[in-house]
Design a protein. Structure first.
Ligand code: HEC
Length: 120
């Protein structure tokens, strides 16, 4: 039995190598999709997570992990983040930030560029 779990562990580690893939596996394993959607698109009051700033997302997840929530709705997130390690959060936020919809290859980029065309 122990051998089989070790085998499964080795398999899951070797099949999920990049941070993006590990984040994706975590996103599925931790059922984040049940609220945030299979395409990270959000649902009703549950926020969209696709292509959101990595730094902000990890700041939020670490706050939830330390049981801090600003609103009652956010308290829902505490349960889903208390067991996340720093590495888990890093993988999850990489997955969110770099998320690509594999069916349409669409990617939204909401990063703000301060240097523009000078308002022409
Ligand atoms: C039961 C529903 C539910 C599940 C499951 C859930 N979330 Fe959330 N999530 C929420 C709610 C509610 C908020 C807070 C929305 C608000 O600020 O009003 C939130 C907020 C967040 C935020 C902050 C987004 C922002 O715009 O501030 C992140 C990041 C996040 N969730 C990631 C995750 C991850 C990763 C998982 C899986 C480990 C997960 N969520 C599972 C309901 C859920």
């Amino acid at each position: 039995m122990r051998f089989i779990s070790l085998l499964l562990l080795t398999f899951s580690l070797s099949s999920a190598q990049t941070s993006y893939e590990k984040g994706k596996a975590l996103y599925l394993a931790k059922v984040c999709y049940s609220c945030h959607g299979h395409k990270l698109e959000g649902m009703n009051t549950f926020p969209r997570l696709a292509n959101r700033a990595k730094g902000y997302m990890s700041y939020k997840l670490k706050r939830f992990r330390s049981k801090q929530a600003d609103t009652q709705a956010q308290e829902m997130m505490i349960t889903y983040s208390v067991n996340l390690s720093d590495e888990d959060i890093d993988d999850l936020t990489t997955f969110m930030y770099e998320y690509i919809d594999e069916e349409s290859s669409e990617r939204y980029d909401d990063s703000f560029q301060t240097h523009g065309d000078g308002g022409s």
